[in-house]
Design a binder for this molecule. Structure first.
Ligand code: PMP
Length: 308
């Protein structure tokens, strides 16, 4: 388990974490009517600075998720960023951090609906390094669970209730001895991992499912696409991906704020590519690590400094 936070932004102000509590009747807890974000801040030792990664992109997606749930938070990208900076300064972190904003239907009482309820916001953060134990040669499986569809719970929103689907896929995969699950759409195409986007490399082309295939539009995914195009001159295709294209890929990997860039080398007992982490994912991991810590001047706009 990660270290617990010392503070939380809760009911409009920063309070000790132990005071940030909700009731068992909270609407979101009962019906999954919440949306969340997952953001990281990275410590840069030489600059003695903490950089939040792509804050505006994360909070734009967060606000879009709240819109899908008919929420009115009364917050903007700017005010959410300011609040996050204030929280991280209060914690006084000098290490890598994970940030979890949560917008939730806060009413206590029963009644399944989205409208006419009070919307609340919390933000917490905690020290964090890596989520995936094996991030260099994972063994993944195609899940028997299917991805939630846009007409069920829209996957482009990071909606809490939908994570029962992700959790089912992840637990079945891990309990069967795999590192991660890949879920297919209703039409049988690859969608994504339990909480990561998915890429393959084939004949020098980077291929990933499009935003219309029930994926969360990952910020790490977007970053990888930009780095591959700009820094590696690669062709990138966002298009439907068949299961057997993955079996025959040269490389495959997963991307996410928690997962970072994690290479997988086997899928359902089939070796992909050489069976070792490939050159494209290796290079992307190095570029990504430099970018998030503020070491690439051309991407410095992605790094929000916490300290003055
Ligand atoms: N898909 C899902 C379902 C996720 O929960 C996440 C993690 N937020 C991702 C993809 C990756 O998105 P990001 O790179 O923005 O963290």
């Amino acid at each position: 388990m990660a270290d617990l936070p010392n503070y939380a932004f809760f009911e409009g102000k920063i309070v000790p974490y132990s005071e940030a509590k909700v009731s068992v009747l909270t609407h979101a807890l009962n019906y999954g009517t919440a949306a969340f974000g997952g953001i990281r801040a990275y410590w840069n030792e030489s600059e003695k600075q903490l950089f939040i990664f792509r804050t505006a992109d994360h909070y734009r997606r967060f606000l879009n998720s709240t819109k899908l749930l008919l929420m009115e938070l009364g917050h903007s990208v700017e005010s959410l960023t300011e609040t996050t900076i204030e929280l991280l300064r209060t914690e006084n972190y000098h290490c890598d951090v994970y940030i979890r904003p949560l917008a939730y239907k806060a009413d206590e009482g029963i009644g399944v609906k989205l409208h006419g309820l009070r919307d609340a916001l919390s933000i917490v953060s905690f020290p964090y390094t890596r989520m995936i134990a094996n991030d260099t040669n994972g063994h993944i499986t195609i899940s028997s669970w299917r991805r939630v569809d846009d007409n069920m719970i829209p996957a482009r929103g990071k909606i809490s209730g939908a994570y029962a689907n992700s959790a089912a896929a992840k637990s079945d995969a891990v309990r069967a001895g795999f590192d991660e699950a890949i879920v297919l759409n209703q039409d049988g195409h690859i969608s994504e991992g339990s909480a990561m986007n998915f890429f393959i490399v084939k004949d020098g082309v980077l291929i990933t499912p499009p935003s219309t295939d029930n994926i969360l539009e990952g910020i790490t995914r977007r970053t990888v696409i930009e780095l591959a195009r700009q820094e590696m001159g690669m062709k990138v295709e966002e298009r439907p991906l068949d299961r057997t294209e993955v079996y025959l890929a040269d490389e495959m990997f997963l991307t996410g704020t928690a997962a970072q860039i994690s290479a997988a080398t086997r899928i359902d007992y089939r070796t992909v590519g050489s069976g070792a982490m490939g050159p494209v994912v290796s290079r992307l991991r190095i570029l990504f690590d430099e970018a998030v810590r503020g070491n690439l001047p051309q991407y410095r706009c992605w790094n929000t400094p916490v300290y003055v």
